[in-house]
Design a protein around this ligand. Structure first.
Ligand SMILES: Nc1nc2c(c(=O)[nH]1)N[C@H]1C(S)=C(S)[C@@H](COP(=O)(O)O)O[C@H]1N2
Ligand SMILES: [Mo]
Length: 330
């Protein structure tokens, strides 16, 4: 098969420069600032300049709406302001719905119920559980986390959700389990990006069990005191604040405990640039751009320095201290 270059998947994550992304974002910020309707309905954004001409169907109510807001865990604090919700919920990476940053409208096509989750592989007893039953069993809380995309932009989000460790404990992994692989939904009927068969769908990510049970590893089910918007990964989205954003897989349907290191979506596509560990490190450049600093979403002006482990070293540095031969920061 002949695939002409540049391939679609090579655009934003591997060919765009951080600068071009920043320019796009600035125009988005301007467009949003000019749109009072958008500002009033941050979770119901359609594109900035191409709002639908016909009245859209009102979104179906989220059956988990009554769970929010949840109380904030004050252990996780930020040293910079929370990103305005209108930005964090309208500037997205979600390749299932397209390779641009504007996928809000496309993502609304994803049906959130029924939403079954499989927990399988090396566990005492594999289960399938509906997301609402899972939410009942998990201890929900709010956490303020930094998010650092490999493309050198960042944001600061109040996620609601639960510690991934709570799910691991419920799953009762067998002693041979060393990794947790997580897979996103697969439904090309509603996700146009999944019609491109050269992507290795579904989106898959993985962590070691030590990482999965680290206190920072979090499954987001909400943001800004409400159920998670579809474009941000509803109903279940991994959140690993010390790693580059592509590790935080969205729309999760499957948690598989395994003895083999998972090969994740971007690693399969371009393993030289996107590896398994993907820990944030300002001193290790992406092969085609520096990771030394980042543009904070919604903040005008210069870049701010990026921090080792995205500022979370005290929680996670010990996990890697004996791994001298691994590409920990790629
Ligand atoms: N299933 C899936 N998960 C995904 C992605 C994706 O394309 N598909 N993009 C990742 C990347 S590169 C980033 S930076 C974050 C973006 O999350 P946000 O849109 O909520 O900011 O989602 C991550 N999770
Ligand atoms: Mo990203």
């Amino acid at each position: 098969m002949l695939i002409k270059s540049p391939r679609g998947w090579e655009r934003p994550l591997s060919q765009s420069t951080p600068e071009s992304l920043f320019r796009n974002r600035r125009s988005l910020v301007k467009a949003l600032a000019a749109g009072p309707i958008l500002a009033a309905a941050p979770f119901a954004l359609s594109g900035c300049d191409d709002a639908p001409k016909v009245a859209a169907k009102p979104p179906e109510p989220d059956p988990s709406a009554h769970l929010y807001p949840v109380s904030r865990n004050e252990r996780y604090t930020l040293d910079r302001p929370i990103t305005p919700a209108v930005l964090a919920t309208s500037y997205n990476n979600y390749y299932e719905f397209g390779s641009s940053k504007s996928v809000v409208r496309e993502a609304q096509a994803l049906p959130l119920r029924p939403w079954m989750v499989s927990i399988d592989g090396l566990v005492e007893k594999p289960i399938e559980i509906g997301v609402d039953e899972l939410l009942q069993k998990m201890p929900l809380e709010e956490r303020l986390y930094r998010h650092r995309c490999v493309e050198a932009w960042s944001m600061d989000v109040p996620w609601s959700g639960f510690a991934l460790k709570a799910l691991v404990d419920m799953a009762k992994p067998l002693s041979g389990a060393r990794y947790l692989q997580m897979a996103s939904f697969q439904n090309p009927k509603v996700a146009p990006g999944q019609k491109s068969s050269w992507y290795p769908w579904p989106y898959v990510e993985g962590v070691t069990l030590a990482e999965a049970t680290n206190e920072l590893a979090f499954i987001a089910t909400g943001a800004y005191g409400k159920p998670l918007p579809k474009q941000n990964g509803a109903p279940l989205r991994l959140t690993l604040p010390w790693k580059y954003g592509f590790k935080s897989a969205k729309g999760l349907v499957r948690f598989t405990f395994t003895d083999t290191r998972p090969v994740s979506f971007w690693e399969r596509i371009q393993g030289r640039e996107y590896g398994f560990w993907a820990n944030v490190n300002p001193e290790v450049s992406h092969p085609r751009w520096s990771q030394a600093s980042e543009r904070v979403l919604g903040r005008d002006g210069g870049k701010v320095p990026t921090r080792l482990y995205n500022g979370y070293g005290e929680y996670v540095a010990h996990l890697y201290k004996d791994m001298k031969d691994e590409r920990l920061f790629m």
